[in-house]
Design a protein around this ligand. Structure first.
Ligand SMILES: [Zn+2]
Length: 414
């Protein structure tokens, strides 16, 4: 199958050559010749593929016209055309560095002025503007640039000229032994690969939310007000959602942390302190929080003050989603299983029962279909379980292995 990878690479090369120049017959032949020799030791099914390859390659050659003589300046011009075509092809199809380097290796002997390295071809900048900001280092790649990169080859996928953006902002610790961390602002547009808007790097989280979000808010405001002009089309830019974990949401919205008395982001419940923790539990329905009241900073116990996101018109209640992974998988389900394993005494299971559950889980290890990201592990490793393993326990394996072990009351509760 590695042949097909090579084949795709070479076909792409042929297409670029056919587009960029009219004098590349020699190279094309060399590449096709190379194709054939690659395949001499392959089996008959591969040879059949080769035949179809040749016919495709020949088609690709239809446009190629040979010429006998060429001046040196022509040759230079052709190489420069080829270089530009290759660069635009590579960025259009999001080719990997490895792939471009290999293509340049193939073409290198035939074109003197072609660079040997993909970074030279794509003119990757050698220096990036890093500035000191909010107690660390900061780079702004800009929102506009990221959106333009997607529009440059996907603009036809937005027929109504509306761009709905999703954002994720989170702290990423770089090492276990030090506090150094990244705080990237990531943006995604529909289902395309997310891109980086800006990155902060420092020994702690950004010391000022105003400074950290300054560039982002200014740019977002501008895009929302005037839209984004791309090839005679003006796109309307809107914020769809901010998808962050609880600590990052508290930081961005400038509100109390998730263990506070008034920490609920959806309603105005006031918690009570019970068994070393704050419990948000009320028999009555509490008034919901609204975007308008949040904007006016009316939630005194909940909000510390204003946030720059309000200046960008972000709806700080409805645009902040509460995510399933943290709340259900790593929240409720993990807590529930840990209660079964470690107590309190009302619900703690005996060591024998825990080992029966683990045995039950392990009996399915290696037998679940490949659609599952992970196979079940024993409860001894619960501290290292990933969110997908808790989801699998909740929806699939749990109801089976807990049956006849838990009391009817606890099983129904699960
Ligand atoms: Zn609530």
């Amino acid at each position: 199958m590695s042949y097909w990878k090579n084949y795709r690479l070479k076909t792409a090369a042929l297409n670029v050559l056919a587009e960029s120049s009219e004098d590349e017959t020699e190279v094309v032949e060399a590449v096709v010749e190379n194709d054939k020799s690659d395949l001499q030791d392959t089996d008959s099914s591969d040879i059949e593929e080769l035949d179809s390859v040749d016919s495709i390659s020949d088609e690709g050659l239809c446009n190629v016209v040979s010429s006998d003589s060429e001046t040196e300046s022509d040759s230079e011009e052709n190489t420069s055309n080829l270089r530009e075509s290759l660069a635009s092809w590579a960025s259009k199809h999001n080719q990997s560095k490895y792939c471009i380097d290999e293509l340049l290796n193939i073409l290198g002997p035939h074109f003197n002025d072609l660079p040997k390295d993909s970074r030279t071809l794509l003119r990757t900048p050698k220096t990036i503007d890093v500035i000191e900001k909010c107690g660390g280092k900061y780079i702004n790649f800009t929102l506009k640039q990221g959106i333009m990169n997607i529009l440059s080859h996907k603009s036809q996928n937005f027929p109504d000229n509306i761009l709905m953006l999703n954002f994720n902002i989170d702290g990423i610790p770089l090492f276990k032994s030090t506090g150094t961390q990244f705080w990237p602002i990531l943006c995604s547009l529909e289902n395309y690969t997310p891109f980086i808007v800006s990155i902060y790097y420092g020994n702690a989280k950004p010391n000022s939310i105003e400074e950290y979000l300054e560039d982002f808010v200014t740019e977002l405001n501008e895009l929302q007000e005037v839209g984004l002009l791309f090839e005679d089309r003006t796109f309307t830019v809107k914020v769809n959602a901010f998808i962050c974990d609880a600590p990052a949401r508290a930081f961005l919205k400038n509100i109390k942390g998730h263990s506070g008395y008034d920490s609920c982001e959806r309603c105005q419940i006031h918690g009570v302190y019970k068994d070393n923790r704050v419990v948000l539990n009320s028999s009555e329905m509490c008034a919901p929080r609204t975007d308008e009241e949040f904007k006016e900073i009316r939630y005194v116990g909940h909000q510390f003050g204003s946030t720059p996101l309000l200046n960008a018109g972000v709806a700080c209640i409805s645009s902040f989603s509460l995510d399933y992974m943290h709340m259900v998988c790593l929240g409720v389900v993990k807590r529930l299983v840990l209660f079964l394993k470690k107590g309190p005494s009302e619900c703690k299971l005996s060591a024998h029962m825990i080992s029966l559950i683990s045995d039950g889980l392990l009996s399915y290890a290696g037998k679940l279909p490949s659609e599952f990201a992970r196979q079940p592990r024993s409860l001894n490793e619960i501290e290292r379980w990933k969110a997908t393993e808790f989801r699998q326990f909740l929806l699939y394996t749990g109801p089976v292995v807990l049956k006849n072990i838990l009391s009817k009351e606890m099983y129904t509760h699960f």
